[in-house]
Design a binder for this molecule. Structure first.
Ligand SMILES: Cc1cc2nc3c(=O)[nH]c(=O)nc-3n(C[C@H](O)[C@H](O)[C@H](O)COP(=O)(O)OP(=O)(O)OC[C@H]3O[C@@H](n4cnc5c(N)ncnc54)[C@H](O)[C@@H]3O)c2cc1C
Ligand code: FES
Length: 256
């Protein structure tokens, strides 16, 4: 059996725009085993600060394992300084992945807020092999919070963007974009990841329109193995851990 914890070399760590970075890691066993929606848990530094590992969705698993991340604090700040050849101690892949769309599904609508777009490239990499109408609705505060979506388009996704200030795409919330696409509840599935208020609005829309969905949730984590219960969230069937029961949940069951 392959080890869940291992050390792997950084292949590249590129600053894509003022907020976002993309790191490629040479991690063959993660690449082989990861499923869309799963994440890796990275020890960003050997010392005690930061003490806990940091979780990142796998963005792509092609030649290398890739993560797409935003610098928001000390852990991601240290990660941004890594260069080719640096070694990272990683646990993964971990977590419950997305359930892939059923046979009768014809349209998949991915709804992402900011860095919440991260689990969707690998999902579209897998889904492009099926004849599906793939749509990405992508929202952020400003132009700097949404990254050009070339690879999604190359995978056949229709990409629609909304920003709070209208600096790119439609002005307003990402959920306003729902009115711009046609959805048939019998053949559409929604996948969402982003800030909780955004996912709550997506849940509301899905419920009103009787559309099935899944949500990739985020919580601050410690063990990421389901042991400490630190990442528990409320669901309709009680508290569940984001790291082990999730991060992907049925959209209807999460209490945001
Ligand atoms: C399953 C999972 C997948 C993730 N995937 C990605 C990804 O692909 N790309 C990416 O950029 N980030 C992702 N994150 C979030 C990322 O783990 C945090 O941004 C990172 O741990 C912050 O570490 P830091 O030391 O830089 O900042 P910290 O000082 O730890 O945090 C900075 C601020 O962000 C808040 N914060 C930290 N972690 C979270 C969290 N999980 N949810 C909500 N708020 C948080 C803190 O409360 C604080 O306000 C993911 C989180 C989870 C749980
Ligand atoms: S982080 Fe410990 S149970 Fe999820």
């Amino acid at each position: 059996m392959e080890k869940l914890q291992n050390t792997y070399k950084v292949v590249s760590n590129e600053k894509l725009c003022p907020r976002f970075y993309r790191m490629c890691i040479n991690a063959p066993s993660i690449k082989k085993n990861v499923k869309p929606g799963q994440f890796i848990h990275i020890r960003v530094e050997d010392g005690l600060q930061p003490f806990f590992r940091r979780p990142f969705s796998v963005y792509r698993a092609d030649k290398y394992v890739e993560i797409f991340y935003e610098v928001v604090g000390p852990g991601t700040g240290i990660l941004a300084e890594k260069v080719k050849g640096d070694v990272l101690d990683i646990v993964g892949p971990v977590g419950t992945p997305f359930v892939l769309p059923s046979e009768k599904t014809k349209q998949v609508v991915m709804v992402a807020g900011g860095i919440g777009v991260a689990p969707f490239l690998i999902l579209s990499d897998v889904l492009k092999k099926r004849k599906l109408d793939l749509v990405l609705l992508y929202g952020g505060r400003t132009k700097g919070h949404v990254y050009p979506m070339k690879e999604f388009k190359a995978n056949g996704c229709k990409v629609m963007v909304a920003t709070d200030d209208g600096s790119v795409g439609t002005k307003g919330r990402v959920t306003q974009l729902f009115s711009k696409i046609k959805m048939d509840p019998a053949t559409t599935e929604i996948y969402t990841c982003g800030p909780n208020p955004m996912m709550a609005a997506v849940q509301d829309f899905a419920k009103k329109n009787n559309i099935k969905g899944q949500a990739a949730c985020e919580e601050v984590m410690a063990c990421a193995l389901g042991a400490c219960l630190g990442c528990s969230i409320k669901t309709t069937s009680g508290y569940k851990t984001v790291c082990y029961d999730g991060p992907v949940f049925d959209l209807a069951e999460v209490i945001f």
